[in-house]
Design a protein around this ligand. Structure first.
Ligand code: TDX
Length: 336
């Protein structure tokens, strides 16, 4: 039994990870989440009565509060998911990205060092490597060339984790994953946005020519990879995680339309995202060879399953799309 403090456990990937740990291990989980727009306790309503699960509402930017949380719960391991994660929001305003992703990560590193956490797992992204041309894949040795305020802030946090390992000898590992999809993803991201819009008969806003490529991975495969790194990864190491499923955005959008029986007329090509990365592709050889992990789902099977989940959980996404989401949608998409 390990006491694991998970940050951002009420978010999309974090809540899938908490559920996976409760199902597959005997570990105790302390979920620390600020419950911003993207965090939702409904994502974990099925596990909230589990005696091995504790929720703490707290903000990782607040050093005094984090010191208290770490003193009270004395975690043995930290798995750090909490982050501002949406590129378009970072284009509109980068402030929260620097505060949460950069400052928040340093606060957690300091709190972890003080109570002598045995391992710090930092969950990062392929976007720290920048953009690829038509060929090649990112390896762990690819240069860090982030292009958006979001990815620059994630790169900053990766480098702080690296420095904590080198300077203070902290046992820290970094995972960098490609684009996730699956249940409980906030419908600002491509796949849930397109599914929700298509189900409501609304326009599907495709940026630019729609031929940007992302490497898609089901969130459960990502969570299994993070957990393999937590248990077996080498201290100070970086592990790339990819789905081996490169698709052009327009192909994904057409697949979603086919699933819901919508017509091509719903597709609307809109002004491109500023600085839009053209292509991501991950080389996951290291994690596959060292830790024996590999993705289990094909993209087509995972997409269909995800589509069904959104059909069955309409109330969930209708609720998270009300209120402040409307204002964001207007700001991001009006006049594009
Ligand atoms: O309305 C849209 N139209 C569109 O064409 C949106 C929201 C997106 N897109 C395009 C932009 C990207 O090429 O779809 C692609 C995927 O976009 P996002 O879902 O916003 O993801 P991306 O920008 O690739 O970043 C994601 O992967 C890396 C996550 O949001 C990050 O948090 C993660 O680090």
């Amino acid at each position: 039994m390990t006491r694991i403090l998970v940050t951002g456990g009420a978010g999309f990937i974090g809540s899938n990870y908490v559920r996976l740990l409760l199902e597959r291990s005997n570990d105790e989980i302390v979920n620390v989440d600020a419950l911003t727009y993207a965090g939702n306790l409904e994502n974990l309503s099925d596990v909230e009565d589990d005696p091995r699960y504790t929720f703490v509402r707290a903000d990782i930017r607040d050093a005094a509060v984090m010191a208290q949380v770490f003193d009270e719960h004395r975690p043995e391991v930290v798995v750090h998911f909490a982050a501002e994660s949406h590129v378009d929001r970072s284009v509109l305003d980068a402030t929260a990205f620097v505060q949460t992703n950069v400052v928040g990560t340093q606060v957690l590193l300091d709190a972890s060092r003080r109570v002598r956490v045995a391992r710090f797992v930092h969950v990062s992204t392929d976007e720290v490597y920048g953009s690829l041309g038509p060929t090649g894949r990112f390896t762990e040795d690819s240069p860090l060339q982030p292009n958006s305020p979001y990815s620059a802030s994630k790169t900053g946090s990766d480098l702080l984790v690296r420095a904590a390992h080198h300077t203070h000898g902290m046992d820290a590992v970094i995972t960098r994953c490609s684009n996730n999809y699956g249940p409980y993803q906030f419908p600002e991201k491509l796949i849930p946005l397109m599914i929700a819009n298509a189900l409501e008969g609304r326009q599907l806003p495709v940026y630019g020519d729609g031929r940007n490529v992302r490497d898609w991975i089901h969130v459960e495969d990502h969570c299994l990879a993070v957990d393999a790194v937590r248990r077996l990864g080498r201290a100070g190491e970086v592990y790339n995680i990819g789905g081996d499923a490169e698709r052009e955005n327009i192909v994904v959008v057409r697949q979603i339309l086919a699933l819901c029986g919508g017509g091509e007329e719903l597709i609307q090509f809109v002004t491109d995202r500023p600085g839009h990365d053209r292509r991501y592709a991950m080389d996951s050889t290291r994690i596959q060879q060292e830790l024996g992990w590999r993705p289990t789902r094909t993209f087509e099977a995972g997409l269909e399953e995800t589509f069904r989940w959104y059909v069955d959980h309409r109330a969930w996404w209708e609720r998270v799309r009300s209120g402040a989401y409307q204002e964001y949608y207007q700001r991001n998409y009006a006049g594009r």
